[in-house]
Design a protein around this ligand. Structure first.
Ligand SMILES: [Mn+2]
Length: 338
């Protein structure tokens, strides 16, 4: 974050503001952890701060301190719009394009507030007058820690904030194993533990929250896995019928795509998940090393994200989409087998 933006933000926050904090649609651990961590900090500083989420989020995140106060734009629509209308400052966290907030988009576009973006994805749009965008960051939670530090307030990070920020850093780094994890990430996490983050408890709450049906759905996904050795690539499909059979709940397929990468030699893993309600396939892409799934998804599946983790979508059937996907791989063979 540049000095000019830090100073503008300092001045802005030197008097009490009405603040709305927004995570992306289908928020994950980093989106919920970062918005809640920032929200606690701003409230402690005397601001009126509210989180408005575009929609609901998985049950395994519903213990994070303050989660009860999050407004769901789909369910608490009137109240959400009210808060957005009266906001003097709107923070958008863990996304960088207003297209990522679904039906909330027009309301934010019309809002008469100063926008602050804090995000670590590629190619930020330019809707925010104060921007903290850094693709080298492990997580938005690590950036919120930095933001509080830029404001000179690290000593004000309390136990609640520490637990929120630890959660998002942990989930976005795959428990500190992805390449985006730096020595600085560990320093931040060490300080959060000092400040009261209950690391073992957080791991337990996030990762040991399986239901029998989710594990059965995972079994189904792994059975459907197709291994394309000549491209060091793996893909998984899940049809709506299979999701229904195993009583799919929001968040159940989180992390499934990563299993492909645990096979020796595999560099590229993709999961295609049918969503009959939206009439699309949701696609998650992961890679190990230099192969950019962000570029791949931008080019072929109207998505994007990071070098090693991205999302995308397709309007075609599972059969047609996977056929198209496999046909693309020939063009990437050299990169994938290098
Ligand atoms: Mn993130």
């Amino acid at each position: 974050m540049n000095l000019k933006d830090i100073n503008t933000l300092k001045t802005l926050l030197s008097t009490p503001q009405k603040i709305v904090i927004v995570p992306h649609k289908n928020p994950d651990g980093d989106a919920i952890g970062s918005t809640l961590g920032l929200c606690h900090y701003l409230q402690n500083e005397g601001h009126k701060a509210t989180i408005v989420s575009p929609n609901d989020y998985p049950k395994f995140l519903k213990w994070i301190p303050g989660n009860d106060s999050i407004l769901n734009f789909e369910k608490e629509n009137y109240q959400s719009k009210d808060r957005i209308n009266e906001a003097s400052v709107i923070f958008t966290l863990d996304f960088n394009h207003l297209g990522r907030i679904g039906q909330m988009q027009p309301f934010l576009e019309e809002a008469n507030a100063t926008f602050v973006m804090v995000d670590h994805h590629q190619e930020p749009a330019d809707y925010a007058s104060i921007m903290y965008s850094d693709v080298s960051m492990s997580s938005t939670c690590e950036m919120v820690y930095n933001l509080i530090e830029f404001l000179g307030d690290v000593s004000k990070i309390d136990t609640k904030i520490a637990n929120c920020l630890y959660t998002g850093i942990m989930t976005d780094t795959g428990s500190f194993r992805f390449a985006s994890t730096t020595s600085r990430t560990h320093e931040v996490v060490a300080d959060l533990i000092k400040k009261g983050a209950k690391n073992a408890e957080i791991h337990h709450k996030i990762y040991n929250a399986n239901t029998p049906s989710r594990l059965h759905l995972l079994g189904c996904a792994l059975k459907n896995m197709v291994i394309l050795r000549e491209f060091n690539t793996v893909y998984i499909t899940l049809s709506q019928e299979e999701l229904d059979t195993y009583n799919y709940q929001k968040g159940d397929t989180e992390g499934f795509v990563n299993y492909g990468l645990t096979l020796e030699g595999i560099k590229f893993a993709v999961i295609f998940i049918e969503n009959k309600e939206e009439g699309i396939l949701k696609i998650s892409l992961r890679s190990i090393g230099d192969f950019s799934v962000n570029e791949f998804s931008r080019k072929h599946f109207s998505g994007g994200g990071h070098t090693n983790a991205a999302g995308g979508k397709s309007d075609d059937s599972i059969e047609a989409t996977t056929r198209y996907f496999v046909s693309l791989l020939e063009n990437y063979k050299e990169e994938l087998t290098a």
